[in-house]
Design a binder for this molecule. Structure first.
Ligand SMILES: [Zn+2]
Length: 332
């Protein structure tokens, strides 16, 4: 059973983080309420008082309660399968549709706007960012670097591509949102291209909400071979290193015969270096964005140099040598 599969869908977005005032300022202004589930506390913040939660005659309040229940239930379900979901998650519900949805860096907090859409898909993407703090690793960053070589390796994980009617959805009419997951230099960062964290969040969304479609794409003979390879690695990473075997398929796991460590051992450092040095032009443009400059080409060139010193090794050998959680400063 997929997470949130009975619910309507919306687009996961990350945007306008920089436009936010410091989080303490927000917390100070926001009403707070906690929903305790069996294993999880979800602390909600909202810009209107939660005082009348028991009175559902006010449609907005009713909707807030519904959203809180959906979000808490989905987080509880994820928590049961993924040890990287913390015991306490904070969720800020914004009334302003333009604020956007995102995870606040350094906190177990996701931000979701309130009235304009259902939240499950946004929530899954943003929860992916929370999980990434603990699930990040050297092999994951190298998979991201391998993906840079061709946009098709990212396209399989585009959040909006799993949502057939997305372009008709309300969100698409909200000015400024349409570009969020396509590379569009001059307008802003995008996922899943932007960095290893964004690729992870988009993949986390696909893995939990659209596993059957994701598997179909990986197995589709029309999918470019290296895109299918990269996507299989991404899938196996989530299954074996993040969800420790738990899948959300309707049917049996089609990738049962594979495991992450033997598959990542097939990826050679030469292939990653080649992907960095011959980056897909669209992805390359995106990394020139001012929001992405820190993780732009300077760092990538250093990464390629560093990898060059270990040519002949595969990713597993390199990661075993340095430690899975060891990140050279330049490595994105
Ligand atoms: Zn994101």
């Amino acid at each position: 059973m997929k997470i949130g599969s009975n619910r309507t869908i919306s687009l996961a977005t990350t945007y306008i983080t920089a436009a936010l005032p410091p989080i303490d300022w927000h917390i100070g202004k926001y009403a707070q309420t906690t929903v305790e589930t069996k294993n999880l506390n979800v602390i909600f913040y909202h810009s209107r008082a939660f005082g009348n939660l028991s009175k559902d005659y006010f449609a907005g309040t009713k909707k807030i309660i519904e959203k809180m229940e959906n979000i808490s239930g989905s987080l509880e379900e994820l928590h049961a399968h993924c040890p990287f979901i913390p015991r306490e998650v904070e969720v800020m519900l914004f009334e302003e549709p333009f604020i956007g949805d995102r995870k606040i860096p350094g906190r177990n907090m996701i931000c979701i706007d309130m009235y304009h859409r259902d939240h499950i898909n946004s929530m899954l993407h943003e929860t992916g960012h929370i999980v990434f703090d603990k699930a990040d690793s050297l092999p994951w960053r190298l998979i991201y670097c391998f993906a840079l070589g061709d946009r098709s390796r990212f396209n399989l994980f585009k959040d909006s591509s799993f949502i057939p009617d997305w372009h008709q959805a309300e969100i698409a009419r909200e000015q400024g949102w349409g570009f969020i997951d396509k590379p569009d230099p001059g307008r802003g960062p995008g996922h899943p291209w932007d960095n290893p964290n964004e690729l992870f969040a988009s993949a986390f969304h696909a893995y939990t909400a659209f596993p059957d479609e994701l598997a179909r794409r990986i197995q589709d003979p029309k999918t470019p071979k290296d895109a299918a390879r990269a996507a299989l690695l991404v899938f196996l990473y989530l299954r074996d290193e993040v969800f420790f075997g738990k899948t959300f398929f309707d049917q049996a796991d089609p990738f049962k015969a594979y495991n992450f460590r033997s598959e990542i051992a097939k990826l050679k450092l030469e292939e990653i270096t080649d992907s960095i040095n011959n980056m897909d032009p669209e992805v390359d443009l995106l990394l020139n964005e001012q929001n992405s400059q820190k993780r732009g080409r300077g760092d990538l060139a250093q990464t390629a140099d560093w990898l060059g010193r270990y040519q002949g090794l595969n990713v597993l050998q390199l990661c075993n040598r340095f430690g899975w959680r060891t990140f050279p400063a330049f490595l994105l």
